[in-house]
Design a protein around this ligand. Structure first.
Ligand code: UDP
Length: 380
């Protein structure tokens, strides 16, 4: 296939990311598969990115993530400087068939503003946008600019301007799904796990309360704000409470963390993360927000761990109730489902992931969208 795509991952983290990094992980998962399909990839990121690509564009040497704590105008300044580099590159060359953009709001706006001379753009939405109807403002760029979601539920909640420019959705994938059905079966423990940022939307407080009510051990894994290890949070003192997720942890979650039945282990990574998830009787998602994409959900399936969750956001699209997980809209019923999870078959979960959530499946879906965007883009 002769297609050259400029993949805009943004200036915040290198690709692959050193630790947490949702968007950068998606790019790192997608790009090798695209290249396997014959797509040339020009990566717009930071110099320190190590992902093998055909060409790299970078304004900054290293990821600018720490600067996200600075005032909003400075954050925008960094995004604009990065995008300035992208736009200069696009003006200077004519071999880019399409830009696949992942930079929230400003990325799409800047590329749309290039006018009819610019290449077609596909922008992937990564967040729940219902609460941010103004984020994307007036989306022009005409037929040249399109968006896709990471689930149908996310798109359904997106502002109208975005829905009108949508070409559909592509579910997230995980490298863990490759040959998932051939992986060795680990011994299942008795515990449940909640994997994700500690945040009211992810509902660790609900999970901890329910686990104690029914007497099932629960491991909470994930950072609290910028703190990845319990000892770092403890050492940070009272100042840490300025962060809303830290306040949420102390006020709503910590009272249920007894270090025995309910434990917070901080961020887990690599093999430790996989072992924790694979050894759990179920992965719990007691959501209070409309989960847009759910990487941790597909990772759980790939590792043979059924999902018990609130039926919110993308969960009903990813999980088949009664086969790969148990879903409910009712918090009290969630407590019963914690106990029922062990009847589900981890092999079904693995098979589902190996069929639906591999990087190759995601890459083929994106190539299909690239073709659609290019065909409908009106060029002068
Ligand atoms: N994650 C991790 N270690 C942790 C907590 C989370 O590696 O301790 C990873 C998790 O495996 C997943 C990502 O962080 O790949 C979270 O993505 P998801 O879409 O589930 O949630 P988001 O934080 O993007 O809303």
């Amino acid at each position: 296939m002769s297609l050259t795509v400029l993949m805009n991952a943004g200036p915040w983290l290198s690709v692959p990311p050193p630790g947490y990094g949702g968007i950068e992980n998606v790019v790192a998962t997608l790009v090798p598969e695209l290249r396997r399909l014959g797509v040339r990839v020009v990566l717009a990121s930071v110099e320190s990115s190590t992902l093998p690509v055909d060409e790299k564009i970078a304004v900054f040497g290293d990821g600018q993530f720490p600067a996200l704590q600075r005032p909003y105008n400075q954050v925008c300044g960094i995004a604009q400087a990065h995008l300035g580099g992208v736009v200069r590159a696009l003006h200077a060359r004519d071999d880019i068939d399409l830009v696949h953009d992942h930079v929230e709001a400003v990325g799409l706006a800047t590329l749309a503003a290039m006018g009819p001379q610019g290449p077609p753009v596909l922008h992937t939405l990564h967040w729940d946008l219902a609460k941010h109807p103004d984020l994307y403002g007036n989306l022009d760029g005409g037929d040249r600019v399109r968006v896709n979601g990471v689930s149908a539920a996310q798109l359904a909640r997106a502002p109208r301007a975005l829905r009108e420019h949508s070409v559909g959705h592509v579910h997230l994938s995980t490298p863990l799904a490759v040959d998932a059905d051939r992986r060795p079966r680990p011994d299942k423990g008795d515990h449940l796990v909640i994997l994700g940022r500690i945040n009211p939307g992810k509902g660790q407080d609900v999970g901890a309360r329910l686990a104690r009510r029914v007497g099932v051990p629960l491991v909470l894994a994930g950072p609290v704000g910028p703190y990845h290890r319990p000892q770092d949070l403890a050492a940070a003192g009272d100042e840490a409470r300025q962060n809303p997720d830290v306040r949420f942890f102390y006020d709503e979650v910590a009272p249920h963390v007894d270090g025995d039945l309910v434990r917070w282990v901080g961020t887990v990574a690599g093999r430790d993360r996989d072992d924790l998830l694979a050894g759990a009787r179920a992965a719990l998602f007691p959501l209070r927000w409309e989960e847009p994409g759910g990487t941790a959900v597909v990772e759980s399936l790939a590792l043979g761990t059924p999902v018990v969750a609130t039926a919110r956001g993308c969960l009903p699209e990813l999980i088949e109730h009664g086969r790969t997980g148990l879903l409910t809209a009712d918090e009290d019923e969630l407590a019963d489902l914690l106990l029922a999870a062990s009847v589900l078959d981890g092999d079904e979960c693995r098979r589902e992931a190996a069929t639906r959530f591999t990087p190759a499946v995601m890459a083929r879906a994106y190539v299909g969208l690239y073709e659609r965007v290019r065909q409908t883009a009106t060029r002068p």
